[in-house]
Design a binder for this molecule. Structure first.
Ligand SMILES: Nc1ncnc2c1ncn2[C@@H]1O[C@H](COP(=O)(O)OP(=O)(O)OP(=O)(O)O)[C@@H](O)[C@H]1O
Ligand SMILES: [Zn+2]
Length: 639
């Protein structure tokens, strides 16, 4: 029987669209799953969406949708995104799946029957934004640390899980299983939490306050609050309690999460499992945050990067490589397109891309594309430590990947790529050819191609598309999926077959410093009449556009076209001269909401001062003011 591997991502909360942070966790899980398959493990990979709760109801209401329609739409966005990023999950779970709901209720009932869930009156400080109670200690200056608002004191009867009962057991378990939570800093963080007395966990909300949730099986006046609903997905997906998948995969379970949810995963979840008589998972793998200019990328802050846009601009493999290589798993990393481009040019276009095209081109030049046969001991001096280097790269890779130390695994591969590049310089195949050292040349060229075979295998979990492409060019069509074992053996590349011509794997990306200082030519207008050259978002941002309410309008003497308007911006009133007299009578303008360029330098028109400009379209039927489809406060920013 083969070894088993079960990997999960968090289920993402569908109150907003997917961003780079979600993509990172999911790609990391995908890389881990692909590596496990490479090791020949029976692998199961789960991802999905978390769809209940008050924030969903609010987000849906904002878009005038029912929660159901809303969650269907956002969940679909996650589901559609993953194939674009070459994600190979086996299952996509939704917490609104009937099967999941059944398991949540089963689990709650089981723990309730065992006496670990009780009903109690509770008074506490509640933050509506977070949908949770806070203890005094958790507040910062009496305010919610996330929302910076004062929580409200509310009294409520709710159900509680006797989590405190399992504190000692958990501390002991973490001590006995050193790498249960990793990297170590997060294990220490969890142990630090556990130095304080562990309080029981509130697990319900009254239906009067929240309907969009799973009803408690033992009291339908309440719905499940967050954790029993969300965390249970990891077992409900496998058909707990009786499913075959549960029996097969659960003992090997590994979770990947970011540090925002280590408490629920490191404390609530193991104690819930313990209370339910389910063995705990094998590892909790915790990574840090992607930051943008020192701040966590998050949908609440809105400073998010769209992973699909990155993929469309740079390609899926390239994006995956960057994320895996740039972040030290466990620590924070900062994202910028500049850093991405730097890595593409250095690691991909230069290091691996050049190596690949050079070696294939030489094979064509010296052998008409045919893979030569090496000459064994006769040319042993041509080895230059290459075989040892290959084995070392593969062994380090094999050591680091299961620890989720993706950057270290990739560094080992790139060290070998560097060695191959140096090997070309050291052996100088062109000299060997010139000097008629055919046996040496054959061996060197074979070694290079064989080295590339190992490289293509090692990059396959991170860059699956590139790996396949390279393999085709090495005549290795049949080696998918790659097996790790074959990468530890030197000499697997067959000789004698003819390779296709080289291709450019990763085109270099021009950067500002690469190009000369002349500005780029304006892009071709996309068929629009009178199109203007492209501008950056910063150009748009320079305009201070505001909603203005017209409160007075009058004709200007001796002018057929101009009207003098008084436009309210809430805090101030602007006088604006507008050339709309032929399309609007002064009376018809009173009360209209218009778009005003509020930071235009004042000017005089027909001797009348104008302190802004209102926007209008010049259509077939004359001018038409840019207005709003609903009442908006005067002075509101338009962007
Ligand atoms: N900046 C980030 N860096 C790394 N991973 C992230 C980041 N943001 C979200 N994630 C991933 O998504 C999970 C949290 O998902 P969630 O839907 O709560 O996103 P969020 O943007 O953090 O939301 P919010 O802003 O409401 O806190 C994390 O555990 C992690 O897997
Ligand atoms: Zn809050």
């Amino acid at each position: 029987m083969s070894e088993v591997f079960y990997i999960t991502t968090p289920i993402y909360y569908v109150n907003a669209r997917p961003h780079l942070g979600h993509a990172y966790t999911t790609i990391a899980a995908d890389v881990a799953a692909r590596f496990a398959r490479m090791q020949g493990k029976d692998t199961y990979f789960l991802t999905g969406t978390d769809e209940h709760g008050d924030k969903i109801v609010k987000a849906a209401a904002k878009e005038d949708k029912s929660p159901r329609t809303y969650v269907d739409a956002i969940s679909a966005e996650f589901r559609k995104l993953w194939p674009e990023l070459s994600i190979t999950h086996d299952q996509f779970i939704r917490t609104t799946d009937p099967e999941h709901i059944r398991v949540v209720q089963y689990l709650l009932q089981k723990i309730y029957d065992a006496g670990d869930i009780y009903f109690s009156e509770y008074e506490g400080l509640y933050c509506y934004g977070c949908e949770r109670f806070y203890t005094e200690k958790e507040l910062v200056d009496g305010k919610c640390p996330d929302h910076l608002t004062e929580p409200e004191k509310i009294q409520e009867a709710n159900y509680f899980f006797r989590m405190g009962r399992y504190q000692e057991w958990l501390v002991d378990y973490i001590h006995k299983n050193q790498d249960f939570i990793r990297p170590e800093r997060y294990r220490n963080e969890i142990l630090a939490f556990l130095r304080e007395p562990l309080e029981d966990l509130c697990i319900s909300r009254p239906v009067s306050r929240l309907q969009w949730g799973i009803p408690l099986p033992f009291d339908d006046r309440f719905v499940t609050y967050v954790w029993f609903d969300a965390l249970t997905n990891y077992v409900s997906a496998l058909g707990y309690p009786e499913g075959d998948k549960f029996t097969t995969y659960w003992p090997a379970a590994q979770h990947i999460v970011a540090k925002d949810i280590i408490k629920p995963h490191g404390i609530y979840w193991p104690t819930m499992l313990k209370a339910a008589g389910i063995p705990v998972y094998t590892h909790l793998n915790v990574h840090g945050y992607w930051n943008i200019a020192e701040t966590k990328m998050s949908k609440s802050l809105g400073n998010v990067v769209d992973p699909l846009a990155m993929k469309n601009t740079y390609g899926s493999d390239t994006f995956r490589y960057f994320l895996m290589r740039e972040m030290v798993f466990g620590l924070d990393a900062s994202f910028s397109e500049e850093a991405l481009v730097t890595r593409i040019n250095a690691d991909l276009a230069n290091d691996i891309g050049n190596l690949f095209s050079r070696v294939i081109a030489m094979t064509h030049k010296y052998y008409g594309g045919k893979v030569p046969a090496p000459h064994g001991t006769k040319t042993a001096s041509m080895d230059f430590g290459l075989k040892a280097g290959a084995l070392q790269a593969t062994e380090t890779f094999e050591e680091q990947m299961p620890l989720m130390a993706f950057h270290k695994a990739l560094m080992a591969v790139w060290a070998f790529i560097g060695q191959l590049n140096k090997y070309i310089d050291a052996t100088a195949p062109w000299e060997l050819q010139k000097n008629g050292q055919q046996a040496e040349l054959d061996t060197v060229m074979y070694n290079l191609l064989e080295g590339l075979r190992i490289v293509t295998g090692l990059i396959s979990p991170v860059m699956p598309e590139t790996s396949v492409k390279m393999q085709q060019h090495l005549g290795l069509e049949d080696s998918q999926p790659v097996r790790l074992e074959t990468l530890k053996q030197w000499g697997c590349l067959p000789s004698g077959h003819t390779l296709p011509k080289a291709i450019r794997l990763f085109p270099r990306i021009e950067t500002k410093t690469d190009a000369d200082t002349t500005p780029p030519p304006p892009p071709a207008p996309r068929g629009l009449k009178d199109a203007k050259p492209a501008i950056g978002i910063e150009d748009v941002g320079r305009m201070d556009l505001r909603v203005g309410h017209i409160i007075r309008a009058e004709a200007i003497k001796k002018s057929e076209k101009l009207l003098k308007l008084q436009v309210s911006l809430g805090e101030e009133i602007r006088q604006v001269v507008a050339g709309i007299a032929q399309d609007y009578s002064p009376e018809s303008l009173i009360g209209l909401q218009v778009t005003l360029v509020a930071n235009l330098k004042p000017a005089k028109l027909m001797g009348v001062r104008s302190e802004g400009m209102i926007l209008a379209a010049n259509g077939e039927n004359g001018l038409c003011l840019a207005s709003f489809d609903r009442p908006v406060q005067a002075g509101s920013i338009v962007k």
